[in-house]
Design a protein around this ligand. Structure first.
Ligand code: ADP
Ligand code: MG
Length: 278
């Protein structure tokens, strides 16, 4: 069994703190949901865990089985078993999904033996048309196709822990069912540990979430069982924040520069005012 442990994680962008002390502990086979209002720092957490370099980690630690991941480049975190399905997957024109996956497997010191056969099987299971395997990764994929393709990568790469950033957003019911069922099977058959960022209780019931955490203002303000998602459905984020005595829902990051709006009084009218007739 493995454990992904996040302790007192703080992260900032340009000196503005977004994550303000996040603690989480996920064991193999467990599904943890992370919910929270827009701008509360969910995607930031996902990116910081995976090692995206536009964030400065100012305190805390992230370990898998006691080994520190902070400071490692993204590929080494992947090598140690971490996978991120991004909220907005990146298009990689000119690189076929099959080659991308082969490189990823080799990059982790594996041998892509039988990859074509496995891909075909996964494509069938996830209802991904095989032509997507030989097109540029995510290039002109619809929202549903992207998320199915991300799930296919997850299934083929077999990480120990997967962070899913709104993998259910923009999916129709059929796609949601295919994606959720495949992931749920990984959690039971392969003991995949999951951190699922979502707004919807539907994904949580499909994935049989064990724990639900609520992020507000860059902190986990509540944790509980799946019933917490039902409470949230009733109260909304505003209501829950009020009950918990939390004032900050989203993290305020001031824009680099105030947008410049022209002073309307400085505009000259392009015509003369009509003479007054009173
Ligand atoms: P969520 O995923 O919960 O909606 P995000 O983590 O995307 O929230 O964003 C949290 C806050 O941090 C927002 O105010 C967002 O604008 C800001 N933020 C996130 N990433 C960056 C970045 N790379 N540069 C500047 N601001 C950022
Ligand atoms: Mg987000």
């Amino acid at each position: 069994m493995s454990v992904l442990k996040v302790t007192d994680l703080h992260a900032a962008v340009d000196g503005h703190e977004i994550l303000r002390g996040v603690d989480l502990e996920i064991a193999s086979g467990e599904v943890h949901a992370l919910m929270g209002p827009n701008g509360s720092g969910k995607s930031t957490l996902a990116h910081v865990l995976m090692g995206r370099d536009d964030y400065d980690v100012t305190a805390g630690s992230v370990t898998i089985d006691g080994e520190e991941l902070l400071g490692l480049p993204t590929w080494q975190r992947a090598e140690r078993g971490l996978f991120l399905a991004m909220q907005y997957p990146v298009e990689v024109p000119g690189v076929r999904l099959v080659d991308f996956l082969e490189a990823a497997i080799r990059g982790r010191g594996g041998e892509p033996n039988g990859l074509t056969v496995r891909l075909a099987a996964e494509a069938e299971r996830l209802h991904v048309d095989e032509q997507f395997l030989t097109r540029g990764v995510n290039v002109e994929f619809s929202g549903g196709e992207q998320k199915r393709a991300e799930t296919l990568q997850l299934a083929v790469l077999e990480p120990t822990f997967a962070i899913l950033d709104e993998i259910d957003s923009g999916l129709d019911v059929d796609a949601l069912r295919d994606v959720a069922r495949r992931i749920e099977a990984m959690t039971t058959e392969d003991r995949l540990g999951v951190l699922a960022i979502t707004h919807y209780a539907r994904l949580l019931s499909e994935l049989r979430a064990d724990r639900v955490h609520i992020l507000m203002g860059g902190r986990v303000v509540a944790s509980g069982g799946p019933e917490l998602a039902d409470t949230l459905e009733r109260t909304g984020y505003e209501g829950l924040a009020e009950d918990l005595g939390v004032d900050e829902l989203a993290v305020e990051v001031p824009a680099e520069q105030e947008p410049e709006f022209a002073d309307p009084t400085e505009f000259a009218l392009p015509f003369e005012e009509p003479p007054r007739t009173t």
